[in-house]
Ligand binder design. Structure first.
Ligand code: FAD
Length: 407
């Protein structure tokens, strides 16, 4: 059966509803590719081909053009069958790359990139932040200069998570320094194996280098690898950034799992506890549950899968909940909490780990209020876009970027 063929109910001639359709396709996938006997790449490839990767994406590009709400049904059904999880190895590709490509990419780019991204055969990274441009990412300095059918890129990016594992990067570069900062940017897909791309590890407080510095020296990018129009890089970047907040802060783990579940494991392993400690743990569990329910509501309000400012609420709340839970877990360990079980391995991990043990989670979660936009920036977004408060003072908004003083 072709993947686009409509599935019919028992009553001949009558289309069954969308949920029944995706459940039927899930059953078919599990029957044809039993997870226990199928390699993750093979399973995920078949999931993509059946339109069950991102169900709201167009048919032929990993979706069925249906409501994104149905993705939860698919994920739960496949999860119960112990099917491989798609996003864990490629969090940036799945969380931000795919929605950006499907929104702004050409058909050729969608065909080329989405499937191997979903199967994790090609890992992606995000090349936005620079030493002089983090919160103010639109002020970035990396240059791309047109040279025939190509662009010549020079500059430096920083904090690039998983660049050392990546096949492709989402790169924003300045193509018109005479335009105001938001208007002179262009967005590219860059081959991380191209000559002139150099990736150097940056070690974190956990002793691991999840992220990197990336240097570009005369790197050539074909114009065909541009995403969106020349000068429209900020508009394309907003799709990445809005999805980044949801990808980091909008997780919906099953009730009592995730950080809340890990806290309960530590609580149980270290008990019995006095009433004050029980009260502290209970309050944290409730905060995690409120965040989970808020994220469910936010995801159900999104009819087309493009997040709005509600993503900033989840991102901001998640950072504080994670920090407080991991701090409590370390306290529960008592003196043992001061020991770091993994030591400082100075390793370059293959993916990002938020909770390996309470001590690692305590250290790693410090970054949650920085990565994907700081808590202060989330508050600015919410103040301006949700509460309608006066905007942040922006003196450089309409000035040519080249005239704006920078360090
Ligand atoms: C673990 C981790 C992973 C990351 N991964 C990536 C990645 O893969 N790709 C990528 O491109 N980047 C990545 N980043 C970078 C991240 O996006 C930036 O660190 C973040 O946007 C903040 O920028 P900055 O570090 O330059 O701090 P700055 O922007 O210099 O901010 C310094 C301080 O000033 C505050 N501040 C700045 N401007 C304002 C304002 N207008 N109003 C109020 N307060 C303000 C900030 O909140 C912060 O407290 C990662 C960061 C971390 C920690």
């Amino acid at each position: 059966m072709a993947i686009t063929e409509s599935v019919r109910s028992d009553s001949p001639g009558e289309p069954i509803d969308d949920e029944a359709r995706v459940l039927d396709l899930c059953r078919r996938l599990l029957a044809e590719a039993p997870p226990a006997e199928t390699s993750p790449v093979e399973f995920l490839g078949r999931q993509f081909d059946l339109g069950l990767a991102w169900v709201h994406f167009p048919e032929g590009h990993g979706g069925l053009g249906l409501s994104p709400k149905l993705q939860k049904t698919i994920n739960e059904t496949l999860g119960r069958a112990k099917a491989p999880r798609a996003g864990a190895m490629n969090p940036i590709g799945h969380g931000m790359g795919a929605p950006t490509i499907v929104t702004h990419g050409s058909d050729e780019q969608k065909r080329r990139y989405l499937r191997p991204l979903f199967t994790n055969e090609e890992i992606w990274c995000q090349l936005f932040s620079e030493p002089g441009a983090g919160s103010d990412v639109a002020g970035l300095s990396s240059r791309a200069v047109r040279d025939g059918d190509e662009w010549l890129v020079n500059g430096q990016k920083v904090w690039t998570t998983l660049a050392h594992m990546s096949r492709f990067g989402m790169l924003v570069a300045r193509t018109d320094p005479d335009a105001p900062k938001h208007k002179g940017l262009t967005y590219f897909v860059v081959d991380m194996q191209a000559p002139g791309v150099e990736v150097r590890p940056l070690y974190q407080i956990t002793g691991e280098a999840e992220f990197n510095e990336v240097y570009f020296t005369d790197v050539r990018i074909p114009d065909a690898e541009r995403l969106g129009e020349v000068g429209e890089g900020w508009r394309v970047s907003l799709t990445t950034l809005m999805n980044e907040r949801v990808s980091i802060g909008g997780q919906i783990p099953p009730r009592g799992s995730g950080f809340a579940g890990e806290l309960m494991k530590t609580f149980t392993a270290t008990g019995p506890h006095d009433a004050t400690t029980r009260d502290r743990v209970m309050r944290l569990w409730i905060r995690a549950e409120v965040l989970r329910l808020t994220n469910i509501r936010a995801s159900q309000n999104r009819s087309q899968g493009t997040p709005g400012p509600e993503g900033s609420i989840g991102k901001m709340a998640m950072a504080e909940v994670h920090k407080d839970i991991s701090e409590c877990a370390v306290d529960l360990l008592g003196a043992a909490g001061t020991l770091f079980p993994a030591g400082y391995p100075m390793a370059r991990p293959e993916t990002t780990a938020l909770w390996s043990n309470p001590q690692q989670a305590f250290l790693r979660s410090r970054a949650n209020s920085i990565e994907g936009g700081t808590t202060e920036i989330m508050k600015n977004i919410l103040g301006e876009r949700v509460l309608g408060l006066p905007g942040d003072i922006r003196t450089d908004k309409d000035r040519p970027w080249i005239e704006v003083p920078r360090s």
